[in-house]
Design a protein around this ligand. Structure first.
Ligand code: PBG
Length: 323
């Protein structure tokens, strides 16, 4: 045998020479749950994650910065009494997310990149990402509210607005709304290919935001489809998105790759709550080696083509990578 591929794998030094994928904390966005109280509320289906009060949030953000992670994304657990059918609380300038943004900016300055989620589900009494009428999710009426939500978040200091709602036309409308309000420097990270996935279960526990009826299949994409992502990519590019996202991540590596090849824009992938919960559960049983599966999964997501990874493992993975 003249050709022996194993020669290129014979030592760590040689393997390191030609390693194709690099994983580092600079690639992570760390999702954090917040609530209006001051206590820390552990989330049963996401061991290691909590709904943070303001102090807990500031502490977690500070830890992330120390770990080399420079971006967080906020998800609010909103009191039931503030939820309405039109989600007005989503654009209350005194609401939970704007208050957290101001506190984070004051404490950390521009060093910490602040991302926010745009969608109505945490604020909707129906638990849907849009306004519901007669059992249907209204598109254009919802987009008007999403624009208000995005502008409200930008005014409070968000650097990157991330619409996760999957309404048609929202990227362009939000871009115009931000520009008209004087926020042309605020970026949009679009959830371009967000699937109607069962892997969001633990997240909906965390926010108590599960749909009160039906499912999200009339707006989120069908898990059976990949080609359909090309339409969403084309629209998001035209409408002015800065970064495109695929969600979930590991079960959709083919879509990450497809998107990598279809656009020059940076690509993000969201390793969602169910992906996190699966690894945590198996590791807790002693069935998987947590450190190795976490780093392998994140590396696979990068290898598929993601520049940026939203992951609840951000701080843990940063610690593993430090060794
Ligand atoms: C809602 C939203 C969801 C997630 C992020 N934003 C849930 C959903 O669409 O039902 C899921 C994140 C996760 O599971 O970690 N707009």
């Amino acid at each position: 045998m003249r050709i022996r591929p194993r020669r290129n794998r014979k030592s760590e030094g040689i393997r390191r020479f030609h390693r194709e994928t690099h994983l580092g904390p600079e690639h992570f966005v760390y999702p954090l749950f917040v609530h209006a109280g001051s206590d820390e509320q552990p989330i049963a289906s996401m061991p290691g994650c909590s709904r943070h009060g303001l102090d807990g949030l500031l502490k977690e953000a500070e830890g992330a910065l120390k770990d080399g992670i420079s971006a967080i994304v906020l998800f609010p657990a909103v009191e039931e009494a503030l939820k309405t059918s039109h989600g007005e609380e989503a654009y209350n300038p005194e609401g939970l997310v704007p208050a957290c943004l101001r506190a984070l900016r004051e404490r950390f300055g521009p060093e910490l990149t602040l991302c926010t989620d745009v969608a109505l589900d945490p604020y909707s009494s129906d638990g849907h990402d849009g306004i519901v009428k007669d059992g249907r999710i209204l598109n254009d009426e919802t987009v008007e509210v999403l624009v208000k939500q995005a502008v409200c978040q930008a005014e409070a200091g968000a650097d990157i607005i991330a619409p996760s709602d999957m309404m048609d036309g929202r990227i362009g409308a939000i871009r115009d709304g931000l520009d008209e309000a004087g926020h042309s420097e605020v970026s949009i990270l679009s959830y371009t290919a967000k699937y109607a996935s069962a892997f969001y279960g633990p997240f909906r526990d965390a926010l108590d935001s599960a749909p009160k009826f039906g499912d999200k299949k009339t707006y989120q994409m069908d898990p059976a489809n990949a080609r359909e992502a090309y339409r969403e990519i084309a629209l998001d590019e035209e409408e002015g998105a800065d970064i495109l996202m695929v969600k979930p991540a590991l079960p959709y590596l083919d879509v990450i790759r497809l998107m990598r090849e279809a656009t020059e824009l940076p690509i993000a992938a969201y390793q969602v709550s169910g992906e996190y919960a699966m690894l945590k559960a198996a590791a807790a049983q002693g069935w998987l080696d947590e450190e190795r599966v976490v780093l392998e999964s994140l590396t696979a997501i990068r290898r598929a083509g993601a520049d940026i990874i939203f992951t609840y493992f951000a701080r843990q993975a940063a610690a593993y990578l430090r060794g």
